[in-house]
Design a protein around this ligand. Structure first.
Ligand code: ADP
Length: 169
């Protein structure tokens, strides 16, 4: 009987748990902070239904910005990018959920805010690539890498939101 009930009741849960839970690193850049968009941006992720697992604010040192954007170090705009990211405080966030990396990229919109669709964060709130208010990891691997880069051990929070059973069957 135990065997039967395992199949009857718990198999759907087992299948659901096979869906990959990902993490993404989201950062409100200094222009987003200076323009008072922090609450607006965090709200969009909260309302979507993702889980916030890390949140802090600080002005990041150049070394950290350089490490974060090291893949772009050969680009002509790289020095300006490092100046921009270190020009004021940023808000660092870790968000978790099934499909969160790709979904966050959709919520954020295209790199160039003039190309970004209305309804997206960049499409609604920004006008230039060099001031595009927000960063989001581009793959689950980079999500993990960037969260490990920007957060220290003990800064992330394991918790179960009360709304969990109302978000996913
Ligand atoms: P995304 O942030 O959309 O993943 P990229 O990884 O291509 O975009 O670039 C990282 C960041 O570098 C962009 O968000 C933007 O802040 C900056 N950037 C990219 N291209 C340019 C550019 N042509 N001029 C100025 N800044 C740029």
């Amino acid at each position: 009987r135990a065997h039967q009930s395992t199949h009857g009741i718990f198999l759907p849960r087992l299948v659901a748990s096979l869906e990959q839970v990902d993490q993404t690193y989201i950062m409100i850049k200094p222009d987003g902070v200076q323009r008072g968009l922090v609450g607006e941006i965090i709200s969009r992720f909260e309302r979507k239904g993702f889980k916030l697992t890390g949140l802090k604010m600080f002005q990041c040192p150049a070394e950290l910005a350089e490490e974060h954007y090291k893949d772009l170090s050969a680009k002509p705009f790289y020095p300006k990018l490092i100046d921009y990211i270190t020009s004021g405080p940023v808000v660092c966030m870790a968000w978790e959920g099934v499909g969160v990396v790709a979904s966050a990229r959709k919520l954020i919109g295209s790199t160039d805010p003039l190309q970004a669709e209305p309804g997206t964060i960049r499409g609604d709130l920004a006008v230039q690539t060099g001031r595009n208010v927000i960063h989001g990891s581009d793959s689950p691997e980079n999500g993990k890498r960037e969260i490990a880069l920007w957060f220290k051990e003990g800064e992330l929070c394991e918790w179960t939101p009360a709304q969990a059973p109302w978000l996913r069957e």
